[in-house]
Write a protein that binds this ligand. Structure first.
Ligand code: AMP
Ligand code: ZN
Length: 441
């Protein structure tokens, strides 16, 4: 078996993957905050970890992949206010959008998708444990994590204390003992979402959500924790602090995997910069989900991926070429070299390079492993809305294939293609100069 390796942000090197329990691989990935459509940067993260889960399932008998849904957040409150609809309506609708868009990209649903609002009790219990162990303190309706109580704080992001404070999203409030202390619980106004707690009516901080939910479904220690590189600090640093201080025997996650940014002109794609394209924008333009997926997989996950129209065009051409070749093929074999490339810190570009030289049957098998080729070739070229241009492409491809067959004097194949087109209402007319015309019946 190929040796699986991941770059571990914690140790800052590539490491062999040694499972905690070979019979059960456990993975947690930070999911979306459901306040608006997912952009293609968010999609990159979802696609990367979907491929990781597929590879792990190929290698191990049992994998649990958990990805949360953050459905309590100030951005959600703001969206509800702007749209004059209840918060729950925003989170329900946006969660559905997320599921639809991610499915259109060929992503499988994680095994567990815990929603933050359904795990408030677990969060409160964890905060109580942190207070009991003097790792947290209540002040003015807030509960804060005492960063100075944790000797290991900073082990993931490798930051100095000064850098941590400067890089923190949290403003320095007067009730903090130390500027870097972060919120575990905060008070809610009457019209804000909230729950009763030992510290009054309020809501959890963002970081405690992930520690509480990952440990509930995966145990005190688990194999892999993933997310975008923007989450290393403070989010993941704080997750480690909460988990390991609440449970001294917890290692929390052994491998920390972070995907690089999807960029536009070298700048990170984000809602706040306004340089984003949503998955829905592209799908509505008629770009197929698998084309977007292929484009997102064109660069190894740790490297930045600069988005451009050319990237999409190239992906479209590559996918059209693949679909022409897999037409009629039976599923073949996944080569050892292909798995080896994926095992090399998910080197998808190295793996997809092999698709170009594989025979049609193996191409189909390997593409499927990456979440591609989920439709048949005819549907692909016809397009979901019966796209005439694409249908023409498909017919032209078939005619070209038939000419090759005739030249090779493979008349059985040539007749088969003619019959296949006829069944689809397309009649071929061979001309004396060797070219072929077609018309619809
Ligand atoms: P959010 O909904 O903003 O919390 O993000 C959901 C996931 O997408 C997180 O894992 C982020 O790290 C990731 N993400 C956000 N923006 C980008 C980007 N431009 N490129 C890659 N990943 C991103
Ligand atoms: Zn998280």
């Amino acid at each position: 078996m190929a040796e699986l390796k991941f770059y571990n942000t914690l140790t800052r090197r590539e490491e062999a993957f040694v499972p905690m329990d070979e019979s059960h691989i456990r993975v947690y990935v930070c999911g979306p905050t459901v306040y608006d459509r997912a952009h293609i940067g968010n999609a990159r993260s979802a696609v990367v970890y979907d491929v990781m889960a597929r590879l792990l399932r190929h290698l191990y008998p049992h994998v649990t992949y958990v990805r949360n849904i953050t459905d309590v957040d100030d951005k959600i409150n703001k969206a509800a206010q702007e749209r004059q609809i209840p918060i729950s309506e925003v989170t329900t609708e946006v969660t559905e959008w997320y599921h639809d868009d991610m499915a259109a990209l060929g992503n499988k649903r994680p095994d567990v998708e815990p929603r933050a609002t359904e795990h408030i009790n677990e969060m409160i219990a964890m905060i109580e444990a942190l207070i009991a162990k003097n790792h947290a303190y209540a002040a003015e309706g807030h509960v804060l994590f005492a960063v100075e109580s944790d000797a290991n704080y900073g082990s993931l992001s490798h930051r100095t204390k000064e850098n941590m404070i400067a890089g923190s999203r949290v403003e320095v409030a007067p009730y903090k003992r130390y500027a870097g202390d972060f919120v575990l619980w905060k008070p809610s106004k009457d019209d804000e979402p909230g729950w009763d707690s030992p510290w009054g009516y309020g809501r959890p901080g963002w970081h405690i959500e992930c520690s509480a939910m990952s440990m509930k479904y995966l145990g005190k220690s688990f194999d892999i924790h993933g997310g975008g590189a923007d989450l290393i600090f403070p989010h993941h640093e704080n997750e480690i602090a909460q988990a390991t201080c609440a449970h001294e025997d917890s290692e929390y996650a052994h491998y920390w995997v972070h995907n690089g940014f999807l960029t536009v002109n070298g700048e990170k794609m984000s809602k706040s910069l306004g340089n984003f394209i949503t998955v829905r924008d592209l799908l509505d333009k008629g770009i197929k989900g698998e084309v977007i997926r292929y484009a997102l997989l064109s660069t190894q996950y740790r490297k930045p991926l600069d988005w451009s129209d050319k990237l999409l065009d190239d992906a479209q051409k590559a996918m059209d070429g693949f679909y022409r070749r897999i037409d009629g093929a039976k599923c073949g074999e996944i080569s050892a070299a292909f798995i080896e490339a994926l095992c090399d810190d998910l080197n998808v570009p190295k793996a997809t390079a092999m698709l170009h030289t594989a025979n049609p049957a193996d191409l189909l098998a390997m593409g499927k492993m990456l979440g591609l080729f989920e439709q048949d070739a005819r549907a692909w070229f016809k397009g979901e809305q019966g796209d005439v241009d694409n249908a023409d492409d498909w017919i032209d491809a078939k005619i070209a294939e038939r000419i090759v067959a005739k030249k090779a004097r493979d008349f059985a194949a040539s007749d088969r293609i003619r019959d296949e087109l006829k069944a689809d209402g397309i009649v071929l007319e061979d001309r004396p100069d060797g070219t072929t015309d077609w018309r619809k019946t």
